[in-house]
Design a protein around this ligand. Structure first.
Ligand code: CMP
Length: 137
């Protein structure tokens, strides 16, 4: 069993897509073991995305991520990191496969509706960024 972090981003929460996205998670044998809604400050978004701090999109990304609430969740399951990334689809919805969340719901490469950890190391950092041990079941 493996854990990963999922974020339902502001564009998806604002458009009322959270329920549909959580359904896909549960329909694909990923168990939600922690869940909360929060409104990130710009500084909190910068801390979360610090690996991208040198990228040209960093300022715009962290501004967007702090515009309105997000939903963060810890998912548990076999091969959870890859499984959640496969369900999300490619970062740019233009490149995402048919049937993926980003293909169906994302607005553009930035407002791409969902986030998922890309490795064990990032999952460990990202889960701890939002949740303490007693919040994960
Ligand atoms: P995410 O999977 O959360 O990881 C980094 C985020 O930066 C990405 O999704 C997008 O929301 C955003 N982003 C904006 N522009 C780019 C880009 N050119 N390449 C990668 N990510 C981008």
């Amino acid at each position: 069993m493996e854990r990963t972090l999922a974020i339902i981003k502001p564009d998806a929460v604002e458009r009322g897509l959270a329920g549909k996205i959580l359904d896909r998670i549960e329909d694909n044998r990923l168990k939600i073991v922690a869940l909360k809604m929060l409104h990130l400050s710009k500084g909190e978004a910068e801390g979360f995305y610090k690996v991208h701090s040198e990228r040209p999109f960093f300022s715009s990304l962290t501004k967007y991520m702090s515009t309105s609430p997000v939903i963060v969740a810890v998912l548990n399951g076999e091969d959870a990191i890859k499984k959640w990334r496969d369900l999300m689809g490619a970062t740019n919805p233009k490149d995402a496969a048919a049937g993926t969340i980003r293909k169906e719901f994302a607005i553009d490469i930035e407002k791409n509706s969902v986030h998922g950890s890309d490795s064990h190391e990032s999952a460990s950092f990202e889960i701890q960024y939002f949740f303490s041990n007693i919040e994960i079941f």
